[in-house]
Design a protein around this ligand. Structure first.
Ligand SMILES: Nc1ncnc2c1ncn2[C@@H]1O[C@H](COP(=O)(O)OP(=O)(O)O)[C@@H](O)[C@H]1O
Ligand SMILES: C=C(OP(=O)(O)O)C(=O)O
Ligand SMILES: [Ca+2]
Ligand SMILES: [Mn+2]
Length: 654
């Protein structure tokens, strides 16, 4: 046999028979289906996506209003976004187009610049030559694709959630918050000691605003969300969020109220705009800047600028601060509280600082969830400000918190969690990235969410404190004056993680259980709460979701099932009729018995082996309460001097 140099036979002995591919000549059929109607792969892809149906019939048959054409509507929408993104120091700025620069642009109508500074005939800046692509109110599926394609650290978990990383910051940065002081805010807002409002001037705000806008326009594309705050239709606020990351866009999609297609068409001009340039730092040569992070609020311009932090919670809590200004102006009380409603329409509020249990306890399988964190109390009742929940995930378990567990599915943003690299199963116990791991999901992911998220006037006002000292009773019934005293005090132990730099629980006082978010003096909110509770006959409760049997380190956290039983007894009304006795020092009324809860834990002294240590710790905490309240002793709370005196007397006595 002859072989060439490669060892391949050149003259096969018996050549293989020809393969018969055609029975009746011509085309090969792999199956019996009809062939696709495409000549090229691009054509095939174009068959895959069909255009979203227009929401408004183009002939404008809706009512008596003359509807504008689809083209005109899109043009107006782009013009509004262009106005948001315009540089305020240059006559020309990036042109705005809709759609992904990588894909097919949806609409390329160039937008004439909205403000009429004379444009030079020759562009003086390269920024005026470029386009900013706008990804406007994308769907969760589109945002998933954007995140996974372009943002490192984005993955789909085994249950379909989008795992993301928030970067260097995994909690809020309250010390980097700045509020513009001007003629009106100088008198209206709470400034100085204890206040969260650290001043900046209008000029510096504009410097940071320009920095953020220039950064955003330098990108290939930005995300724009137009959404609502507040389920009370009469007091709904239109917000626009401009951000650089799909993660931020999906987070706000979940956390704010999602407009219907019709509502989006008629959105118009936003009432408030956030510029989130979180990847880009602020400039420390800028006046008032003390770090490379700055969260700047300008109430007159109705704008917020975020520089130097990608923690998404800044956006939601930033808007909450805005509501703490806008709502009291309308005699509506804004509340840092969870809220749920029983089958009989009994509403409960859950006040508390981060990690005290607002989300966990308001998410109750036997009750309707109105919201987990931010509410309004108006003359019509309560309304949720948000359209989603933001739950802590550390040590999350299916058994203890089934509704939150099940909400972590497609569409949910999971921040800073650790997962198996292969199965993508999340390990909720892993704190490698942070303790403050979070899930943000639309409220309708909770099966018994009350949509629309509104309810009647509250019957119970539950103040949650996570007492790291372990001396506050698991539950006590409060008089109105005591409720006000504890509301203004806002005591808890900050649990690690949510605020930057806190690693261990320590005692904190945060007025109105949310000093980081209030804009006016705490007594303004307290007076409104007192008036509303009195008028609607609500009962106040203090619930310790923290330690028992000793302080942090020696005792243990009160078991969640016990706290749930306590809350059940409040809701059902049975606790109102229990037998009570008063505690020493704090003068709290504690029940002797609650169904499902061991009676001996109801008085904290019983749970401490070392009674002397208990007494010392009790007095120590009482001292901290007294000292904290000193700042408020010179303020009158509401119109009633009698109430003010009662409140001052409602604290610990020793
Ligand atoms: N007895 C308890 N009551 C409430 N929460 C508890 C209790 N014990 C442990 N926890 C845990 O504490 C955390 C409370 O956090 P969360 O409900 O998110 O607080 P908030 O919404 O007020 O920030 C959850 O992780 C919850 O599982
Ligand atoms: C988002 C927050 O809310 P909470 O911890 O109260 O759920 C936060 O404080 O950053
Ligand atoms: Ca319309
Ligand atoms: Mn919460």
């Amino acid at each position: 046999m002859a072989a060439n140099g490669n060892g391949v036979s050149t003259t096969p002995k018996s050549p293989l028979a020809r393969i018969q591919t055609q029975k009746n000549g011509g085309i090969c059929h792999d199956d019996s289906g009809k062939p696709v109607k495409a000549q090229t792969i691009d054509e095939l892809h174009s068959l895959q996506k069909k255009r979203s149906a227009p929401t408004t019939p183009l002939d404008g048959v809706q009512g008596t209003f003359a509807t504008i054409s689809e083209d005109e509507r899109q043009r107006q929408q782009l013009q509004s976004i262009s106005a948001s993104l315009a540089s305020l120091t240059r006559g020309t700025g990036p042109k705005v187009v809709r759609g992904d620069p990588a894909g097919k642009v949806q609409s390329v109508s160039h937008v004439a610049h909205h403000h009429h500074i004379e444009a030079p005939t020759i562009s003086v800046s390269d920024s005026s030559l470029k386009f900013t692509h706008v990804l406007y109110n994308l769907s969760p599926a589109e945002l998933y694709e954007q995140a996974i394609k372009y943002e490192k650290g984005s993955f789909i978990t085994s249950t379909g959630a989008l795992a993301t990383l928030s970067g260097a910051k995994t909690g809020r940065s309250p010390r980097d918050k700045r509020v513009v002081i001007d003629d009106s805010t100088q008198d209206e807002l709470w400034w100085g000691k204890g206040s969260p409002n650290i001043e900046m001037d209008e000029h510096t705000f504009m410097v940071n605003r320009e920095r953020a806008v220039d950064y955003l326009n330098s990108l290939d594309k930005v995300f724009v969300n137009d959404q609502f705050l507040n389920w009370d239709p009469q007091n709904r606020i239109k917000v626009r969020i401009v951000s650089a990351r799909a993660y931020h866009s999906l987070f706000m999609h979940n956390m704010c109220i999602r407009p219907t297609p019709e509502e989006l068409e008629n959105f118009g001009t936003p009432d408030f705009t956030i510029y989130n340039a979180g990847q880009f730092p602020c400039n420390r040569y800028t006046h008032y800047m003390t770090s490379s992070t700055s969260i700047d609020l300008n109430l007159a311009r109705r704008e917020m600028v975020i520089l130097g932090t990608q923690y998404a919670g800044e956006m939601k809590k930033g808007l909450f601060s805005v509501m703490h200004y806008l709502m009291p102006m309308r005699q509506i009380l804004s509340l840092h509280s969870g809220c749920n409603m029983g089958k009989d329409g009994d509403v409960a509020l859950f006040f508390g600082l981060s990690g005290t249990g607002k989300t966990t306890l308001s998410t109750d399988h036997n009750r309707y969830l109105i919201g987990d964190d931010e509410h309004c109390w108006s003359d019509n009742g309560v309304s949720n400000i948000e359209g989603g929940c933001y739950a802590k995930c550390i040590d999350l378990s299916r058994e203890k918190e089934p509704d939150i567990w099940n909400a972590i599915k497609f569409g949910t943003v999971l921040e800073n969690v650790v997962f198996d690299e292969h199965t993508r199963e999340v390990d909720y116990g892993d704190k490698s990235v942070t303790e403050n791991t979070r899930a943000a999901y639309p409220i309708e992911y909770i099966p018994n969410a009350k949509i629309p998220c509104v309810g009647p006037h509250p019957k119970n006002v539950i103040l949650l404190a996570c007492d790291a000292f372990g001396v506050l009773p698991p539950v006590s019934k409060l008089s109105l004056a005591q409720t006000m005293y504890h509301f203004i005090s806002g005591y808890t132990a900050l649990v690690a993680g949510t605020e930057d730099g806190i690693k261990e629980p320590t005692a904190t006082f945060s007025a109105c259980f949310g000093a980081a978010f209030i804009m006016l003096h705490p007594t303004k909110y307290a007076a409104m709460l007192a008036e509303k509770m009195q008028k609607h006959g609500a009962t106040g409760w203090l619930v310790n979701t923290g330690w028992s049997g000793g302080s942090y380190g020696s005792g243990n956290r009160i078991k969640l099932p016990y706290t749930r039983k306590i809350i059940d007894a409040i809701h059902s009304g049975s606790l109102l009729n229990a037998t009570y006795h008063k505690t020493e020092v704090f003068g709290l009324d504690i029940p002797t018995e609650i169904e499902g809860v061991p009676s001996e834990i109801l008085h904290p002294e019983n749970t401490w082996a070392d009674k002397k240590a208990y007494k010392e710790t009790l007095l120590k905490l009482a001292g901290l309460f007294k000292k904290n309240f000193e700042t408020f002793t010179n303020y009158k709370i509401g119109k009633d001097n009698k109430l003010t005196e009662e409140i001052l007397a409602a604290g610990p006595n020793f």
